[in-house]
Design a binder for this molecule. Sequence first.
Ligand code: A3P
Length: 313
Amino acid sequence: CKPGLMPVASIRVIPSNCVMPREFKPYAERLMNFEVREDDVWVISYPKCGTTWTQELVWLLGNNFDYDTAKQKLQLQRFPFLEAVSIINQNDLIHENGTLFGDTISFVQEMPSPRFIKSHLPVQLLPKDIFVKKPKIIYVTREPKDAAVSYYHHHRLWNGYEGSFDDFMKAFLEDKVVYSPFWSHVNNYKKLAKTMPNVLINSYEDMQLNLPEVIKKTAKFLEKPINDKQLKKLTNHLSFDSMKNNPAINGEEFIKDVIVKYDMPRDDPELTFIRKGIMGSWKKEMSPELVKKFDEWAEINGVEDDDQENKVN
Ligand code: A3P
């Protein structure tokens, strides 16, 4: 594998039982001791579950619907990825035009309040301070077959993954891809939300089925009032086409670089960040045998979603 977000783990961090790349090790303690602020707003997820979509929603609610800044300033600067430095090759975090940063942890540390922070860390690797300061956390989940397919294309795009689809899916099911195990990631946040009112669970599927309701639910959680006109405008801004064509979000300038770096086909429609944006994209890509394996794996490891309070409607 090429360096970066490697699909198959280099190390298992004990005792957290989460798969992280070798690059993570020197940063684990720093992240654990990262100073949290009460007025931070965090968006956390297992990768490919709708993080970017949720971040855009949350940032606009939290910044008085400032569409000008949202369109001019890259989302990764407005809403940085806290532990990026610990999982992505340092060289990839320094962009020649100065839009990226080497040490994302220091970058977040120095941001003025209120900070908007993205993370994929599982509960057990979160900064300890998060349980003391209790900032608002929005955790987003997604149907795992869709997340896995999206993650496969993500690795093809960002890390030049050249392995087979089936090998990637096998690694995913065996909890060997970075940030796995998928189910304990999701289940632990759902458990947390039951006892910590500062944690909200959203889902990619709810966003697909009824985005305005998810916006309203999130606005209520963030204590940011929203009227009908604002709701309509935000729903439009968050549509798939609008996000796919928004250079502040779609990573187009970085994609140009990685396509050259890994000598990838320039016309592959799957090699985009905002890719398909649908529920059930696995149906076209997974064999019936693989679907069966995923469903059995979910049956054993998933929990019944009995948390009706957190559901839309
Ligand atoms: P697909 O690869 O299935 O298309 P993350 O931000 O966590 O990396 O998640 C990325 C996934 O969210 C991708 O899924 C991407 O297309 C999808 N996504 C991003 N913005 C979206 C939107 N506005 N509507 C629907 N899906 C969106």
